[in-house]
Design a binder for this molecule. Structure first.
Ligand SMILES: Cc1ncc(COP(=O)(O)O)c(C=O)c1O
Length: 375
């Protein structure tokens, strides 16, 4: 890769991050016992409009806790999109429950909610909705289904800091909702995640399981938990980041709109859907899907852009195509053609908060050149 790479993501850490980190060091609060952890939990809960936040070591751990807190296990089915990160299915499988995959909508790239109703069986215990790449899933039909069938909702809002659905914050819909704070997210703690809920019993279960299920009599355990604690150092970063979330969302939208303008007339490209009747895209990442008229696939496009110093990432590889799950005997009859096409034809280009307008123009120029050449 050339030395002047425009990285696919560059976080912005120029608020109070340094100040709060130094506070941790000066006061000696570096473990999960420090005050920033609670500040981040309360700040996120306020932001999302929930009663409780439980900070954990990453978003994948948050999903594990959500599944475990609901007591899902053998015989229970959980419906979720095939087009997502492996953490979602891993959490279900590790609990001994059965993941049931649904294909995506080709326009929003989110789970096709029309397919969910026909996937529900008497064994369905939960739906895990995953909002993809900056545009929320259409929640009203899913909420109707959960009410009708008395099933639980886990909301994976890992990528949706600051986004809303019909004006209500993403992360406020699930019985349990989760976020990730990985550096490519709009709020980062380096590594980190959170579970949010309004249910005091679920919050308490998550707190206990995040901390090895310690009880009053220390080192005696009735249940197995994990050490999924977040450190005060991580939380300090998160508190500083959260202070600037509103600005971050504005900047992400500016980046998205600039790309929309610069790439609008390139033939053969599907750009992210800018707006639906329930949300305006926040462009967590700026995805591009190449239509069939383009004579090469996403892997080839990525290689050509990388050679020019443009950082990219492929789209998710669908869960029903994962060798690890085939070896477990899962998803062999699952058919999700839209997810497959997104995986083969989709990738995303730099859109981190540290990106300058000049770099955006450079990236767009390289993308235009690549696809004009091919037409
Ligand atoms: C939709 C979704 N869920 C879960 C995760 C897992 O979060 P983490 O990387 O913090 O474990 C991610 C990570 O990017 C994600 O995009």
């Amino acid at each position: 890769m050339s030395s002047n790479t425009i990285r696919v993501n560059e976080p912005l850490l120029d608020g109070n991050e340094r100040k709060y980190l130094l506070e941790c060091i000066d006061l000696g609060w570096i473990s999960s016992e420090g005050p920033f952890v609670q500040r981040l939990e309360e700040g996120m809960a306020r932001q999302v409009g929930r009663r409780y936040g439980v900070a954990v070591s990453n978003g994948s751990a948050a999903l594990e806790l959500a599944i475990a807190a609901l007591g899902l296990g053998p015989g229970d089915e959980v419906i979720l999109p095939s087009f997502t990160i492996i953490s979602c299915v891993a959490a279900i499988v590790r609990a001994g429950a059965t993941p049931v995959l649904v294909d995506s909508d080709p326009h929003t790239w989110n789970m096709n909610v029309d397919l969910v109703a026909e996937t529900i069986t008497p064994r369905t215990k939960a739906i895990m909705v995953v909002h993809i790449y900056g545009l929320p899933t259409d929640m009203d039909p899913l909420l109707r289904l959960t009410r009708q069938h008395g099933i639980r909702l886990i909301e994976d809002a890992a990528e949706m800091h600051g986004q809303t659905y019909r004006g209500q914050p993403c992360g406020s819909f699930g019985d349990l909702s989760i976020f990730s704070f990985y550096p490519n997210k709009l709020v980062t703690t380096g590594e980190g995640g959170m579970v949010l809920t309004d249910d005091p019993a679920l919050a308490e279960r998550c707190r206990s399981m995040r901390n090895l299920c310690f009880q009053k009599k220390r080192f005696v355990h009735e249940e197995l938990g994990w050490n999924y604690r977040m450190s005060n150092l991580q939380a300090a970063l998160g508190v500083a980041q959260l202070e600037r979330l509103e600005h971050f969302v504005i900047r992400k939208r500016e980046i998205g709109k600039l790309y929309n303008t610069l790439l609008r007339d390139v033939p053969g490209l599907q750009l992210p859907l800018a707006v639906t009747d329930y949300a305006e895209n926040i462009y967590w990442v700026y995805g591009i899907v190449m239509e069939d008229t383009i004579p090469f696939d996403a892997e080839a496009a990525i290689a050509r852009l990388e050679a020019q110093g443009i950082g990219t990432r492929p789209f998710f590889w669908p869960m029903h195509r994962q060798p690890v799950f085939h070896k477990m005997g899962l998803f062999q009859q699952t058919y999700c053609p839209v997810s497959e096409s997104l995986a083969n034809r989709g990738f995303y280009i730099p859109s981190g908060l540290g990106l300058t307008d000049c770099e955006i123009e450079q990236v767009a120029q390289a993308v235009r050149a690549l696809f004009h050449e091919s037409n």
